[in-house]
Design a protein around this ligand. Sequence first.
Ligand code: CTP
Length: 437
Amino acid sequence: MKKIITYGTFDMFHQGHYNILKRAKDYGDYLIVGVTGENYDIGRGKLSVHDTLATRIENVKNTGLVDEIIVEEYLGQKIGDIIKYDIDSFVIGDDWVGKFDHLSRYCNMVYLERTKGISSTKLREETFEKYDIGIITDEIDDNELVKEAKLVNGFEVKNVYCDSEKTLNGFQEKYNIENVFDDYGKMIEASDIVFVRCSIEKRFNYIRQALESGKHVIYDSPATFKSSELEELLDLSKEKNVILMENIKMVHIYVFNQLLWMTQGGLIGDILSFNCSISKNDESRSNLFYDLSALSLLPMLKIMGQNYEKADFKVTKDGEEIEFASMNFVYPNGRAVINVGNVVRVDNQLEIIGTKGTIRMRGNWWRSKNFSLHKPGEIDAELYNTNFEGNGFKYLIKAMSTMLKNNSIDSMGVFEDESLKIVEILEQVKKTDDNTL
Ligand code: CTP
């Protein structure tokens, strides 16, 4: 019996898929189809897949051409499959010519001509609602947003506004943005989603104006120095029935969600200590201290909760600008220390100590692909990894897309009470005088 294998995502099943399965079947007696798993696709950055794995499998099965369906779950699985299923020929469309030649050591490689004029990408583009993103920026660098937004169905950065003409033109040229605006109101009008990317002093007014016009907003965090202003923005978003989303990409990254699962689910026992440090070099932004602090306070609030008994802050300032702060929180059964350096450098790291284990993230922990778990009595640490690519924007935009589609809240994101607590804490830190000895 001649056994054939082929692989694909088979999203929005179409004639091209049917044709290749039919022709693959003609190459032998028994056809196995590997359908890509959801985590595998997400991990390799293919976020646009629309149908669930179950639907894609069902569609492949309904052709009546296939003898067996397997799920492709990880990079490098194919060789193992070829050996395990004793495959004679591997069949794939000619968009992959040359990419799988190394498999010819194990079986016969066949590249078949693709059916012209159809693809899942094309169908998705024709089917899905379009969301034009407008950015208000004060930097020329986009931090990958333009490229990453395009990876999610229907999303594209189409508009940009900046109060400096030089930055505006530089940004448009660098990222080839369709429309530039020197009038913020006009940019809001032309956009479905407004992305507020600027220093904290300017955010509140920009966010408010966009919400008042009934637009969804993503904003660099925190929105403001004052909790009363954040409350106003949250109320306004509800009144206008639009999404107000905080740009903290970390919460959409798998490895961070694994970490949360472990700490919140008691897998490292009772948490005794949360410790993290952060400093970054970004001279284009004033008051960067608040951005770095929001990023650090969020995991603390998610892991340790909000019911700390006491907090004290050691703050070093240069005029109004905070250069360094050590924030200490005493919880009923543990302690959290967050060190944030704006001008002062500190080593970036995050450590959570529980009664049954310690979790560590070294380096830029807010965008890390892995963490280590150290268990008492065990010499080697366990490593938790994801093959997450990029800086996380595509996962944030994907979360926005899910919320828009399901009219739901971002259940993996930043909760309202967490946003408010962050601003409340920062309000207190801001009031703290420079208490350098
Ligand atoms: N295929 C084909 N003709 C097409 C589209 C796909 O022969 N017009 C083949 C591919 O070459 C592959 C299989 O169908 O062997 C599964 O392809 P898949 O990537 O799932 O489909 P695409 O339509 O190419 O999807 P996308 O646009 O997301 O890349």
